[in-house]
Design a protein around this ligand. Structure first.
Ligand code: NAI
Ligand code: MG
Length: 491
């Protein structure tokens, strides 16, 4: 048990109220530690510090900003085991995956370290003897409201480019995962990020997230989480006309044609819903399975699901850890009940594990619901748990209608050996990313984001530059005298 402080203006501080809240381990239901329960006053202080620090940070040479980001990656690697263990204990990632995620977070900082001094504008051929050029300037203070499913990686994917491009940052981590965020904040500070450039205010969404999203000095907001909260954040941003980048989850279809490599498709279907116990925005939570291969595929999948080792995230043998919180577990239990009531057939799981050692944690078994109708709530809503809905199909056109027939559009996965068919279907799908014969693979080099209610703008890749810069056009008139008279001028 440790009592953490939060980082504002380069100092480790308590909340102005003096209050704290407890972070619970989903593996045991026991407290891991406490963090300050930040509120509006703390947010105002953090934004003030970030605004002050912006003046020097935006003038810091871009290559120097890049070098500092590289040092963050170095710190992450030096202390990766400690950080991975805390990530496992506080958020429920099993230890093998937690280590991979710390490495993945280091790679995000490296990518953006390289980006820092490579972002540049254009020279534009306007009429007359003029040079017209653009510069991409930082926005100023940026807010980052982060969820609990990937507290390090998701925070890095927005904070690293914001910092690289000269912005200052205020992070509001999820109330489920404040401690691992504060450990990363310490590494960021130790890497030499100047005081006030990077700040963390811990606390609850309505108490600390809302004043941050509504603050008039916040010029850009990046939010990852639910559609409902994302909509509120966008409304708060409208009050002061701030830029918003939203990533709001999905209901990703994994589409299997009869001519697919069925062995690989099965692995992908298993991994796509059980990785992180299904608590991933791009989890392939709908399996659109052709009737021709349906029965055997479902039988084998159920078999494999029953073999998955669910358990303590610190156990090296564990393949699937717990659900993040009692609240999220209750949501999953509720949805599985709704599914069976609506007529879905429960083929595997659908309950908590029997192991007495797991009763205090928030564990749930890999769950397979078959004969799901595309209109059922379990096929429409994001459950965010290890619950896979199998939807059979026969006609390709109808299947595309099913794939697109949800409010989300984050990603899709297509399995077929016929490349023409794959690309034809990929072109019809409403999704920000389509994976052909591949896992749902997110890499920092490539854009990530959604169609429809899954969000707006893109993170990762060069596409994220627009989130953290604004365009300044400068025009220099070079002639001896102005060519047009006042009333011939274009405006
Ligand atoms: P949430 O969307 O409420 O929380 C995400 C973040 O927003 C947290 O940091 C939270 O403190 C903050 N927040 C909450 N209310 C706020 C407000 N009024 N103003 C500003 N910030 C606020 O998500 P929650 O409750 O943790 O999970 C609910 C569901 O959301 C999940 O079951 C899942 O379906 C979805 N979700 C999607 C994620 C994704 O990766 N797209 C991540 C986490 C949740
Ligand atoms: Mg927790």
């Amino acid at each position: 048990m440790a009592d953490y402080k939060m980082l504002i203006g380069g100092r480790w501080v308590e909340a102005a109220s003096g209050e704290r809240f407890t972070s619970i381990s989903p593996a045991t239901g026991e407290p891991v530690g406490t963090a300050p329960r930040g509120g509006a006053e703390d947010v105002y202080r953090a934004v003030r510090e970030a605004k002050r620090a912006f003046e020097a940070w935006r003038r810091t040479d871009a290559d120097e900003r890049g070098r500092i980001l590289l040092k963050i990656a170095g710190r992450l690697r030096e202390r990766s085991e400690d950080l991975a263990r805390l990530l496992a204990v506080e958020s429920g990632h099993y230890i093998g995956k937690a280590r991979a995620l710390v490495e993945g977070t280091a790679k995000v900082f490296e990518f953006h370290a390289g980006l820092a001094d490579k972002v540049r504008g254009d020279v534009i051929p306007v009429p007359g003897e003029r040079i017209s050029f653009t510069r991409l300037e930082p926005l100023g203070v940026t807010a980052h409201i982060v969820p609990w499913n990937y507290p390090l990686f998701v925070m890095a994917r927005s904070c690293a480019p914001a910092l690289a491009l000269g912005n200052t940052v205020v992070v509001k981590p999820s109330e489920e995962t404040p401690l691992v965020t504060l450990e990363l904040a310490r590494m960021i500070q130790e890497a030499g990020v100047p005081d006030g450039v990077f700040n963390v205010v811990t606390g609850y969404g309505p108490e600390a997230g809302a004043p941050l999203a509504s603050h008039p000095d916040v010029e850009g907001i990046t939010f990852t989480g639910s559609v409902e909260t994302g909509r509120k954040v966008m409304q708060m941003a409208a009050g002061h006309v701030a830029k918003v980048c939203l990533e709001l989850g999905g209901k990703t279809p994994l589409i299997v044609f009869p001519d697919a490599d069925l062995g690989q498709a099965l692995e992908a279907a298993l991994q796509g819903i059980l990785s992180r116990a299904g608590q991933i925005c791009i989890a392939t939570s709908r399996l659109l399975l052709h009737r021709e291969v349906h029965d055997r595929f479902v039988d084998e999948l159920a078999e494999r699901m029953r073999e998955v080792k669910v358990g303590d995230p610190l156990d090296e043998e564990t393949q699937m850890g717990p659900i993040v919180s009692q609240r999220q577990l209750d949501k999953i239990v509720r949805y599985v009940r709704i599914g069976t009531e609506e007529g879905a057939k429960l083929v595997a799981g659908g309950r908590r594990p029997d192991d007495p050692a797991l009763q205090k944690g928030f564990y749930y078994l890999p769950t397979l619901l078959a004969e799901v109708d595309p209109g059922m709530r379990v096929a429409q809503d994001e459950i965010f748990g290890p619950v896979l809905c199998v939807i059979p199909w026969e006609d390709e056109g109808e299947m595309i209608g099913m794939a697109n027939g949800v409010r989300y559009g984050l990603a899709a996965s297509i399995w077929t050996r016929n490349i023409k068919k794959a690309l034809r279907v990929a072109g019809e799908l409403e999704a920000g990313a389509v994976f052909v014969n591949d896992w749902i693979a997110e890499y920092v080099q490539a854009p990530h984001g959604g169609y429809k209610k899954s969000g707006i703008l893109r993170e990762n890749g060069l596409e994220c530059i627009v989130n953290y810069t604004r365009v300044k056009n400068t025009v220099v008139q070079l002639g001896e005298r102005l060519e047009e008279t006042w009333f011939e001028a274009p405006l």
